[in-house]
Write a protein that binds this ligand. Sequence first.
Ligand code: IPE
Ligand code: IPE
Ligand code: MG
Length: 263
Amino acid sequence: MPTLTQNISVEEGALLAQLDRARMPTHIAIIMDGNGRWAKERGLSVQHGHHAGRQAVKRTIEACLQLGIPYLTVYAFSTENWRRPASEVNFLMQLLEQAIEDELDELKRNGVRVRVIGRLNEKLPQTLIRKVCQVIEETKHNRKLTFTIALNYGGRAEIIDAARKIAVEAAAGRLDPRSITEENFHEFLYTNGTPDPDLVIRTGGEMRLSNFLLWQLAYAEFVSTPIYWPDFDKKELIRAILEYQRRERRFGGRNGDYQSDAR
Ligand code: IPE
Ligand code: IPE
Ligand code: MG
């Protein structure tokens, strides 16, 4: 992200013109999938796929900054991804560590606050944890974009961790279990302080959540694109936002003019 100068192609300009700036999502969450298939189709190793995926993350942060999206969350490594071969897992951990090191200065310059959610006290390499703590600390006052990385993250693990915190507080007599509501439960989640995503994008064409932000995505609009994550760019992001803007969010209510039998 050396500069944020915008070299806009005709195609991108046409997409940008369709955006309704008054109805932009506040928080976009992304399930970055398809690195393996992207590599396989090119006769490359999965490591090459993840490496290309790293560039897509960079492009997406840059696009969010340009579009004025204040919250971006990406699913980088799930609690289930430990099932992959050790060589792939180790590569992913090193890639993340290297990415944080390489990008730290630019993230700071561009006003990006980095947050990391997941079971950070389990299984992850110490060197990575040190880098994670450093980037969180050094970007904590930035406000232009809050960029959250879900790392060793599982939606069920997050809810279990919240339940445990609540149980500990209640057992110590510091919390009345009846005071827990849907409104304040989020204070016990890793994402405390971040609004729920409005839009969740999954690349790679699958239609599942794969244990991502189970609580927070209750009313998010889901957009699945067949594009593999390494091919994702600003145009794809704008297309997903346009799809989001075509949706009608009802939150269980009934919009518009309907006839009712109720008297
Ligand atoms: C997503 O790409 C990246 C991670 C899960 C870290 P995949 O590696 O899952 O790519 P596919 O699904 O095998 O194509
Ligand atoms: C979801 O992708 C997890 C991440 C993007 C980190 P997976 O490739 O692990 O999901 P499944 O296995 O297809 O459900
Ligand atoms: Mg996958």
